[in-house]
Design a protein around this ligand. Structure first.
Ligand SMILES: [Zn+2]
Length: 582
């Protein structure tokens, strides 16, 4: 399919029952007219998500998530819109697939992606030519075979300092764009490629778009740094990407776990050895954005970072960040070699897999880590250690884990359970003291005008006849947001001759308006739509709009100096007041 039209999308949406599609992801139970399920978009403890078969939408009463079948898949699978459409189409047996171009079509950075993807093809091609013989030999020595080269799209930047530049400029791309993307540099005397004489490893964003490169020397050059990475650009934010995320996603879901390593070579090494559920940090510290990406995978995490102090510290810190998000974390610490790549090269994949069998939990690793640099035969060190362990336990919510750890401590160091428990309570108290009081957030009370306008728009999104009523009886809102949404609805009805909420959600492109529409869908209180209720809303909003107008005129009157004009305003107010009583 060359192009997906709005009609195609509508057909897919109409044929896919939202109950069936969402049931593939979370269990739903029927409650009255609707279905209920545990919301996957926040930490839900009771079923807060309601799915309407009637309207083909879902909404969560707790976190405000709302939308149609496509938004659900987009958010659950963390895929772009067109991919969500394709997933839904496949689920209902409609043959339909998106290619890269289609996914990019709606993206404001499509040119940037296009250039990066062309640059990658250029690099990949170089490696296959005669000029790439030495680089291929280097890779072969590192046990990166042609299959791995293809899988990870490894390429080569040439010796000639302007070969990529010539290639791209001949395709009529703007030089400024090429420098902004970190591919080309311009100096006083020349224009040259950023990467030369290096093996090129592409870096992808979470959707699988090439956004940057990491480039490695391969001919033993001494006076340059081993790796060179793309600078941050409009599409490349280092802290928001995880190497191999897009490739590994499916495998991670299948294995129900993700292995996190530091460098991309570790990820490639594991992957070519058949361990595909692996992603790399490209550094040591996790960012908040990366933690969010990992959280969305909803699987347990195995941290397998480098065998050095930095790797150990990173294991402690990253593990803490992940656990705080409710993610189950396990730790693998290799010994002997410096990272999983070298470990596997030297000891083989089976030795590495042995480490993956029953790895210690992050909690156990952390407790063991507290022993480091302490001589537990020394009473002071031992007391410090036990206090630190108790403090750690006091932070955990897991009562069973607490009891087991206390018991282990008591046995190991011949201490009374009573004493340990007593000590633990003091930590708990301290912790409560420092813990800031949870703020109680009240739902923002909407102003009567906004509330009424929201409900009117909700009616309009559900049926063309309500749009016609709006045009006849109201025609306009006082504020811009409601007016813009109303205009979109009217335009949509004109174009498609009918409207349903589920289709309209897909149609709205503007992000700000989409958010507003979702809020309206989520907060609507109407169980049943009928004309009488809408009539009432029109009356209410008319009154409110007149009241607004009167207040505005009163303000005007206050500052008006000309008496004649003042009287005119007063008359106008009287007139409006009369109108509002009727
Ligand atoms: Zn929710």
């Amino acid at each position: 399919m060359a192009n997906i039209s709005n009609e195609d999308i509508k057909t897919i949406r109409t044929n896919a029952n939202i109950i069936d599609i969402i049931s593939d992801y979370i269990p739903l139970t029927k409650r009255g007219k609707n279905f209920l399920g545990v919301c996957p978009f926040h930490e839900d403890h009771s079923p807060s998500m309601s799915v309407s078969e009637d309207k083909q939408i879902y909404k969560c009463f707790s976190c405000g998530a709302a939308g149609n079948v496509f938004t659900f898949v987009e958010n659950y699978e963390q895929v772009p819109f067109y991919e969500a459409v394709s997933i839904v189409a496949n689920k209902i047996g409609m043959k339909f697939s998106t290619n890269d171009k289609e996914v990019r079509k709606n993206n404001p950075h499509k040119i940037d992606y296009e250039i990066m993807s062309l640059a990658l093809k250029f690099y990949q091609n170089n490696l296959k030519t005669e000029l790439g013989a030495k680089a291929r030999q280097y890779l072969a020595e590192r046990h990166i075979d042609s299959e791995a080269i293809n899988e990870f799209c490894i390429g080569l930047s040439l010796d000639k300092p302007d070969s990529l530049y010539t290639f791209l400029i001949n395709k009529n791309y703007d030089l400024k764009k090429l420098t902004d993307l970190g591919l080309i540099n311009v100096s006083k005397s020349s224009v040259y490629d950023i990467f030369t004489k290096r093996i090129i490893f592409p870096l992808w964003d979470k959707n699988g778009e090439v956004v940057g490169f990491s480039a490695r020397v391969y001919r033993g050059e001494k006076d340059v740094s081993k790796y060179m990475n793309s600078k941050e650009t409009i599409i490349f934010k280092k802290g928001e990407t995880l190497y191999n995320y897009h490739n590994a996603k499916e495998h991670i879901k299948k294995e129900k776990s993700v292995i996190i390593v530091e460098g991309f070579m570790d990820a490639i090494r594991l992957s070519v050895n058949g361990v595909k559920n692996v992603i790399a940090l490209q550094g040591t510290a996790l960012t908040k954005e990366q933690v969010d990406l990992i959280k969305k995978l909803r699987v347990k995490v195995i941290l397998a970072l480098d065998n050095d102090n930095a790797g150990e510290m990173a294991t402690i810190n990253n593990g803490k960040m992940l656990e705080e998000q409710g993610i189950e974390v396990f730790v693998v610490r290799i010994s002997g070699e410096k990272d999983p790549d070298e470990y596997i090269l030297k000891n083989g994949i089976d030795a590495f897999l042995e480490n993956l069998k029953n790895p210690p939990s992050y909690f156990d690793f952390n407790i063991a880590y507290l022993k480091k640099n302490k001589n537990l035969n020394n009473s002071n060190d031992l007391a410090e250690y036990i206090n630190e362990v108790l403090k750690k336990i006091s932070e955990s919510d897991d009562e069973i884990l607490k009891a087991l750890t206390i018991k282990k401590l008591a046995q190991e160091y011949d201490l009374s359970l009573d004493l340990l428990n007593k000590k633990l309570t003091t930590f708990k108290k301290e912790e409560q003291k420092v813990k800031p009081q949870k703020k109680i957030v009240f739902k923002k009370e909407k102003k009567p005008y906004n509330k009424t306008a929201d409900e009117i728009l909700y009616f309009m999104m559900n049926d063309k006849k309500y749009v016609e009523m709006y045009l006849k009886k109201l025609g306009c809102f006082n504020d811009e947001i409601h007016r813009s949404i109303a205009n979109e609805i009217v335009y949509y009805c004109d174009k498609y001759k009918s409207i349903t909420l589920a289709d309209f959600i897909t149609y709205i492109n503007d992000n700000e308006l989409k958010d507003e529409v979702m809020k309206i869908v989520n907060s609507s209180v109407i169980a049943e739509l009928n004309e009488n209720i809408l009539e009432d809303y029109f009356k209410t909003i008319n009154k409110l709009m007149i009241k607004d107008k009167i207040n505005e005129l009163k303000e005007k009157m206050k500052i008006e100096l000309d008496d004649a004009k003042k009287i005119k305003i007063a008359e106008k107010i009287q007139e409006l007041k009369k109108g509002s009583v009727e």
